[in-house]
Ligand binder design. Structure first.
Ligand SMILES: *Cc1c(COP(=O)(O)O)cnc(C)c1O
Length: 500
């Protein structure tokens, strides 16, 4: 309707609905959506409860893939039909990571309460950019719980983000700005008097490269330090690199310790790194996306001793807390430095002493302005189970990895490539007399057949030049019988792919 055609008669002005006929996204009849919503919940319970009965993954038929190339719909479709389509396509062909035999890459296996939390968060609908409301308080409470779990002081700050990559970017941004020696936000990296140097082991996660590149420092600013026989950062090499850099006019700024590397689960000696950082006046950032939460596990907390001395820590509740994607967390010991790295207070986001804007502006601690309510799914699952249970589940996965390593050792021609430090097992099917190249071919084929038959999902990697299969057991649904099945299937597929 255009402005000219508006009926401005007195009669219309008294009946504004006639002037601008109302339209809304709400259903004409709430009882019909209630019935559908109940059906969706019933299906969801079934989907998660019976995950074990389905293949881990299955390939999408071409017709299904084609549906995802349909153009944006001009016309409406009844919501029942929309849901039927979602059920047949989206729900039917998942990645598989909620399945008990999914051990690829590194991710959590989700939990039903967390999914309800995501639903309720969307229903409640708040924007976590900040303000005085219950969702913002929930967010701050969850950050406080995570801070307490790793033994950070109560004065530390933190922010929930999309995941570990952004959590690391947040930590490294604060490190860069705090160690720059200039007003980096105002002057930019081109004003740096000496190039900054960051240090991490050669096993460091790829997101750190993205971070230093994004921060304008360049990939070369991240020095990869060799690792010892257990794939932990070599401390003597680290010291030597720092001294060498200082001598040629670089500015050593930050050591990144890894608590749980992706390749093999190695945990750097964090207490020693804290010593070196203190002695060399460097920022200590810990990438704890895998292992920061070892701190809550009864049997394995000792592995991350020293994490509480870091200046910043990145961790990932969507891994060992099994929150549905996404949620990561950056924690910073010095709240002022954290806020100083990001806070901007434009005229349209001023705080107030009363009303909605009288709460903390959470956007001042990171990159996003609008933020989702990821905290609720974490909050609900922690309330339901208690943190002690999550600690026991971490120990359970580590014990399962040891069990799997034992199975590998006792089943030639399987070969164990790394003694599992925590929950990651690197192994391969290695019949005698095969070249490295042929072994890679064999093991890639085994991995793909495992995925395509839907039996299990592993991924692969290469450690010190040797290709291998990799099982990362971050899964609260895995049972020992699943690992037995994995080994018998790898042996069976191995003899199929490489008959002796
Ligand atoms: C998973 C992981 C990341 C990246 O976290 P995302 O949540 O995937 O963004 C970073 N570092 C380590 C060690 C990881 O395992």
């Amino acid at each position: 309707m255009d402005a000219q055609s508006l009926d401005r008669s007195e009669e219309s002005l008294n009946q504004p609905e006639r002037l601008i006929p109302p339209e809304t996204l709400d259903p004409p009849d709430w009882s019909s959506v209630a019935a559908l919503a109940r059906r969706i919940v019933d299906d969801a319970v079934d989907h998660v409860g019976r995950a074990r009965e389905r293949p881990v993954w299955r390939p999408l038929p071409a017709e299904v893939e084609a549906l995802f190339r349909a153009p944006v719909p001009e016309q409406p479709t009844p919501i029942e039909d929309v849901y039927a389509l979602v059920k047949e396509t989206v729900l039917a062909y998942p990645m598989g990571n909620i399945h008990p035999r999914f051990w690829s890459w590194y991710m959590g296996s989700g939990n039903f309460t967390g999914a309800l939390g995501d639903f309720l968060a969307a229903i409640q609908g708040s924007n976590l950019g900040g303000g005085r409301h219950a969702a913002a308080l929930t967010d701050q409470q969850v950050v406080g719980w995570l801070r307490d779990m790793i033994g950070f002081p109560e004065t530390a700050s933190g922010t929930l983000v999309s995941g570990g990559s952004v959590a690391n970017l947040v930590g490294l941004t604060v490190a860069r700005n705090a160690m720059a020696g200039i007003d980096l936000r105002e002057e930019g990296v081109s004003a740096l008097k000496e190039p900054l140097r960051f240090y991490a082991s050669d096993q460091v996660h790829s997101c750190h490269r993205k971070a230093v590149e994004t921060l304008g420092l360049g990939n070369k600013a991240l020095r990869r330090i060799p690792t010892d026989s257990r794939y932990r950062i070599d401390l003597a090499s680290l010291r030597a690199a720092i001294e060498e850099d200082r001598a040629i006019g670089f500015r050593p700024a930050c050591v990144i310790g890894t608590a749980g590397t992706v390749n093999s689960g190695a945990v750097d000696d964090l207490a020693a790194l804290a010593e070196i950082a203190a002695e060399q006046d460097l920022w200590l950032h810990v990438d704890g996306c895998i292992g920061a939460l070892l701190s809550i596990s009864p049997a394995n907390a000792w592995r991350v001793k020293g994490i509480e001395r870091a200046d910043s820590v990145a961790l990932d509740p969507h891994k060992w807390l099994h929150a549905p994607f996404e949620v990561g967390c950056a924690l910073v010991r010095d709240r002022v430095k954290h806020r100083d790295a990001f806070a901007v207070s434009p005229e349209y986001l001023q705080g107030m002493s009363r009303g909605i804007a009288s709460g903390e502006w959470l956007h001042e601690f990171g990159l996003q302005t609008s933020r989702g309510f990821a905290a609720l799914k974490v909050w609900m699952a922690l309330m339901e189970h208690g943190v002690a249970k999550f600690g026991r589940l971490i120990d359970q996965n580590i014990a399962q990895a040891a069990f799997l390593a034992d199975l590998v050792r006792s089943h030639p021609p399987l070969e164990l490539l790394t003694e599992p430090e925590i929950n990651i097992v690197c192994f391969r099917y290695a019949p005698e007399g095969q070249s490295e190249e042929r072994l890679k071919e064999i093991n890639v084929e085994i991995m793909l057949r495992l995925q395509e038959t839907g039996v299990a999902a592993l991924s692969d990697t290469t450690i010190r030049g040797r290709h291998c299969l990799r099982a990362a057991i971050c899964n609260h649904r895995t049972r020992l019988e699943d690992l037995n099945l994995l080994i018998s299937e790898v042996l069976r597929l191995g003899s199929e792919v490489a008959p002796s």
